[in-house]
Design a protein around this ligand. Structure first.
Ligand code: CAA
Length: 679
């Protein structure tokens, strides 16, 4: 392996290059290389200044793979302090991204120059940790506490122009070569006879912050909602309070203590699991990375309903022309006008220009003729969920579609192999299951039929990224991964209602766990007419008979006022009572929040274990990503399977037995062996 850090000297200036693909993470070898480079810069009398830069990008920060184990020295902060302490000017030349530890490294340099397209950010909060190498102490000293907290609490990177405005960088490189400009700056500075500006000793900004007595109360109240459940944001605020009130070294001690606590937390472990799980899902062991893909330059969508329209928008958004087919002119017109309204609403919020709206709309063509799909590289069917209708559509598609076209069904539960059997080209058929609203939800379940070819799968995985979705591979079964997983959750929530736990108690227990809304509110939001449940639970059916379809029509379990505030609906309470009477249930079983959480989540884990054991999902991380992106499962728990690992599998097995459920064989085995889903 070549050296991840090299140092070359020309005209008295050392250029230190970090070259650690793919993202120049600051792993052990890089830290050793930077430490040695700093020592050489300090010792070598030929060197009068230095530039630190990265190949292809500055740096994406700490190597997240090192988390969870003892991190070998030198630590990030030792290296950064050593660089800041040099008596010769050091310039950070920032290209593409300086994130997390990468941005901390840049702040430890005496000067920062960035390309106009570079982005600088502190995404640690998204990993449940904080910038723990002096970052919480240096950043407020450079840009003030409020701007520093905005960056560190949101985790969002800022543009180079914004960084310049805030004082996080000193200069933009313009169109000229970054290294040449950085060398010029280093030359200027080595001939400039004044003390080197060190971020750790600046205090003008924090003196101003000290005078603002309401600052931290204001920030806590502004971020209260986003901070709920999370450990890292409060820890970050405490560190910045320390930066404002204490000398640098003491602030660093506070940072170290907070950082250590976060690093050891379940939340940090869960969030770094999610980081890697999100990047794993597109990798299919028996579909090699170099598998050729089919070019997708035109897409057909069958059905202009809510799903069809949303699906079409995904492709129009990235400039791929879409032909959308409907049977009747009114349905097509309605579908097209919903799309127009959607884009106009986005433009009204300032998120799209009129020109972008026009370009996207012009990419979508409506038609009543299936034959117009003959030229499409990919055709996605999004019609009514009935096998008879799918048969009509796919046998027709088999005649119309050009050879090699990819044929996909958006079905959320029907058998893809059966559907593929309606064509003479089952290897070109797969499921592409979008989640509603299809233009917004970030998950795409890619359903692999028995005969789906590797090329078609690789094409779907690539295309998914192109339209900004995270793909998860599923095998054929009723409900695939997402809906199969969450069915027990929604069924058991209703069973609890019938047994006597109130809807507010059920919803509150789950929002306290971390969901944005509880299961009963979720049913109302999704629409009671679009869900069906097996067994004796007929609450939603009964409510629909009364024309109560959820938030969209007449309310559902809850009534909603014009500000969408919910109160339990007397009509729904009467339906629940009626079901109780018919089933001979007393309805006096109240539950404590903990019992609601375990009663709803243990069966989900059990279903997840079964899904994994049957090979429907490839990895437990895929199930976690599916739940997080498809059902807004709180990411800081790591998703259901990661949460189960942390919660204790033996505990879950016992709990399931007490609830009268049979634990899945895989779950039982792992619990017995002391294993975990994540291996
Ligand atoms: N550590 C280890 N691996 C990393 C990494 C990191 N910081 N960042 C990215 N990778 C890996 C990914 O896992 C992926 O690996 P595979 O190819 O094996 O799947 C590969 O690099 C490419 O990553 P992406 O697919 O995400 O590439 P992208 O071009 O879409 O995005 C990126 C690039 C914007 C840098 C993105 O990877 C990213 O946001 N990375 C994380 C940045 C981050 O959170 N940094 C803070 C770390 S914590 C810290 O620095 C704390 C401290 O105080 C020192």
């Amino acid at each position: 392996m070549q050296d991840p850090v090299t140092l070359t000297v020309k005209n008295g200036i050392a250029t230190v290059l970090i070259d650690n693909p793919p993202v120049n993470a600051l792993g052990h070898q890089v830290r050793v290389g930077l430490r040695d480079a700093a020592a050489r810069i300090g010792d070598d009398t030929q060197i009068r200044a230095a530039v630190i830069m990265g190949r292809s990008r500055f740096s994406a920060g700490a190597d997240i793979r090192e988390f969870g184990s003892d991190i070998a020295g030198p630590s990030h902060s030792e290296v950064f302090n050593q660089i800041e302490g040099l008596m010769k000017p050091v310039v950070a030349a920032i290209d593409v991204t300086a994130l997390g530890g990468g941005a901390e490294l840049a702040m430890a340099c005496h000067y920062r120059i960035a390309t106009p397209t570079a982005r600088i950010g502190f995404p640690e909060v998204k990993l449940g940790i904080l910038p723990g190498a002096g970052g919480t102490q240096r950043l407020p000293r450079l840009i003030g506490a409020e701007a520093a907290l905005d960056m560190m609490l949101s985790g969002k990177p800022i543009t180079a122009a914004k960084a310049l405005e805030l004082g996080l960088v000193d200069k933009l490189s313009g169109d000229a070569d970054l290294l040449a400009q950085a060398l010029r700056l280093a030359t200027e500075m080595m001939n400039f006879d004044s003390p080197l500006p060190r971020s750790s000793t600046r205090d003008a900004r924090i003196k101003e912050d000290r005078a603002d007595k309401e600052l931290f109360a204001r920030i806590r109240s502004r971020n209260a909602r986003a901070m709920r459940h999370l450990l890292a944001p409060e820890a970050i605020i405490r560190c910045v309070e320390a930066a404002v009130t204490l000398p640098f070294e003491e602030g660093v001690r506070v940072e170290k203590a907070e950082s250590g606590r976060l690093m050891a937390s379940d939340q940090a472990k869960a969030l770094s699991h999610v980081f890697f799980a999100m990047r794993q899902t597109a990798k299919i062991p028996d579909v090699p990375a170099h598998t050729p893909v089919k070019p997708i330059n035109s897409v057909g969508v069958i059905g202009a309903g809510t799903m069809g329209g949303g699906i079409a928008m995904n492709f129009a958004n990235v400039g791929i022309p879409v032909t959308m087919v409907e049977v009747k002119a009114e349905a097509l017109d309605r579908g097209l006008s919903v799309i127009i309204r959607n884009y106009e609403n986005t433009a009204a919020k300032g998120k799209l220009t009129q020109e972008q709206v026009d370009r996207r709309l012009s990419a979508i063509t409506g038609t009543l003729a299936m034959d117009d799909l003959a030229h499409c590289d990919l055709i996605i069917e999004a019609v009514f969920e009935s096998m008879e209708i799918k048969e009509q559509v796919f046998s027709q598609l088999d005649r119309i579609a050009k050879p090699g076209a990819v044929l996909a069904s958006n079905t959320s539960f029907l058998d893809i192999d059966h559907i593929a059997g309606f064509t003479k080209r089952p290897d070109d058929v797969l499921g592409l299951h979008f989640f509603s609203p299809a233009n917004v939800m970030p998950l795409l379940e890619v359903v692999r039929g028995e005969q789906t070819s590797n090329t078609v799968l690789a094409t779907a995985m690539k295309l998914s990224r192109q339209i900004g979705k995270t793909p998860v591979l599923a095998r054929v079964c009723d409900g695939f991964i997402a809906n199969r997983l969450m069915l027990p959750y929604l069924v058991n929530a209703q069973e609890m209602l019938v047994e006597g736990t109130s809807m507010e108690e059920i919803d509150a227990a789950m929002t306290d766990y971390g969901f944005a809304m509880g299961p009963i509110s979720l049913l109302d939001l999704v629409g009671l007419d679009v869900v069906t449940f097996p067994g004796e639970i007929k609450l939603t059916e009964e409510l629909v008979k009364q024309e109560r379809r959820g938030q969209k029509l007449n309310g559902g379990f809850y009534d909603y006022d014009d500000r969408r505030r919910a109160t339990p609906s007397p009509a729904a309470l009467a339906v629940i009572d009626d079901v109780r009477q018919r089933r001979g249930i007393r309805g006096d079983r109240r539950r404590q929040p903990e019992e609601i959480v375990t009663g709803l989540l243990y069966p989900v884990i059990n279903e997840g274990a079964q899904t994994l054991d049957e090979g429907i999902a490839l990895r437990s991380g895929d199930i976690d990503v599916t739940a997080i992106l498809g059902y807004n499962w709180p990411d800081f728990t790591g998703g259901p399977m990661c949460w189960a690992d942390q919660h204790g599998l033996a505990r879950i097995v016992d709990g399931l037995k007490k609830m009268g459920h049979t634990p899945a064989p895989l779950l039982t085995r792992l619990a017995r062996e002391g294993g975990s889903f994540s291996g």
